[in-house]
Ligand binder design. Structure first.
Ligand SMILES: Nc1ncnc2c1ncn2[C@@H]1O[C@H](COP(=O)(O)OP(=O)(O)OP(=O)(O)O)[C@@H](O)[C@H]1O
Ligand SMILES: O=C(O)C1=C[C@@H](O)[C@@H](O)[C@H](O)C1
Ligand SMILES: [Mg+2]
Length: 301
């Protein structure tokens, strides 16, 4: 990697500032603290900080290491031109189509044609969701607290994806991320979701905050569950996460609040795709639960 030799080119300065912003956003969408990206990419934390602030002039090799670690296309990182892969609506669709065996592609095309010609089709798709309610959103929103209580009220099983992942792996989420890394965690998360959907026609499912960062897993969730985004003000997310004794996916440092806001902003377009939204800011658990129950009953009707 090379340091800037001079700063006399305003166009280059603007480009490097935008490049830094894109790296930061890709990192936030994955919920990776800078320290973790440094570990996974092999690029020093200090250099990443420089790059993100627009004062580093990275080589292509360095950008390639970063793009692999955050699993974001190198060409988009460099060019800033958003292809379909950067669109939160299109990317999961494309990922889903790519994952299909070739013999199913004609059937997929026919299904897509039907969506285009039949404005009532969302109702048809909703039947795939059966009686499953999935709660999504950043840590501390209240997915576990409210999900368990909602399941009691609706007389449904309560499933917690992170707990299923831990059971499958035989260790904590922290250990999975430290010992096996993000990609392994995302594969376990996908498997836990598939099993939960296969085994439960009705359930309240609490997901991990980062499930939206893996397009194909998120698309599966949107297709097969009624989804509700449980949100709160950034300060409340932070206070609640702190009370639980760890910071993930933020880093334990002075930038934690900045990280949290960046993660929320990067994931906002994905979280917004939920079928309903519940804001728990400044509300009691009981009050939020009542509101959640009425949203859930509305979706299940
Ligand atoms: N209105 C509210 N709704 C839900 N939880 C609330 C509310 N007000 C305060 N809380 C508290 O906030 C915390 C929410 O934590 P919880 O573990 O349920 O969140 P989560 O979304 O499951 O987070 P994670 O992604 O870490 O699993 C709990 O300690 C809960 O008591
Ligand atoms: O928001 C996130 O990126 C995460 C949230 C947690 O539930 C865990 O799933 C993991 O720490 C990642
Ligand atoms: Mg939880």
């Amino acid at each position: 990697m090379s340091e800037r030799q001079d700063n006399s080119d305003p166009d280059l300065d603007a480009y490097l500032a935008e490049l830094g912003e894109r790296v930061r956003e890709a990192r936030a969408r994955r919920g990776m603290a800078r320290r973790i990206l440094a570990r996974d990419s092999g690029v020093s934390e200090r250099y990443l900080a420089q790059l993100e602030s627009g004062t580093g002039n990275p080589t292509v090799a360095v950008l390639r290491q970063i793009s692999t670690a955050v699993d974001y296309p190198l060409t988009e990182l460099v060019s800033g031109e958003k292809s379909e892969l950067a669109s939160p609506e299109l990317a999961p669709l494309i990922a889903r189509l790519r994952s299909l065996p070739p013999e199913l592609l004609p059937e997929a095309r026919i299904a897509l044609d039907r969506v285009g010609s039949n404005p009532c089709s969302p109702q048809g798709l909703a039947t795939n969701k059966a009686g499953r309610i999935a709660l999504i959103g950043l840590r501390g929103g209240g997915k576990s607290t409210l999900g368990r209580l909602l399941a009691d009220r609706l007389h449904m099983p309560f499933m917690e994806i992170n707990r299923l992942v831990e059971k499958d792996y035989g260790g904590s989420i922290g250990e999975i991320l430290a010992l096996s890394g993000q990609p392994a965690f995302r594969r376990l998360e996908r498997r836990a979701l598939e099993t939960t959907i296969d085994k439960n026609k009705t359930a309240v499912i609490a997901t991990g905050g980062g499930i939206v960062s893996e397009s194909s897993t998120f698309q599966l969730l949107l297709d097969r569950c009624h989804t509700i985004w449980i949100k709160a003000r950034p300060e409340e997310h932070m206070n609640r996460v702190l009370k639980q004794g760890d910071f993930r996916p933020m880093a334990r440092n002075d930038e934690a609040m900045e990280d949290l806001k960046a993660i929320l902003a990067a994931r906002d377009p994905a979280y917004r795709q939920a079928d309903a939204v519940l804001d728990t800011s400044g509300r009691s658990v009981e009050d939020s639960l009542d509101a959640l129950e009425s949203l859930a009953r509305g979706l299940l009707r």
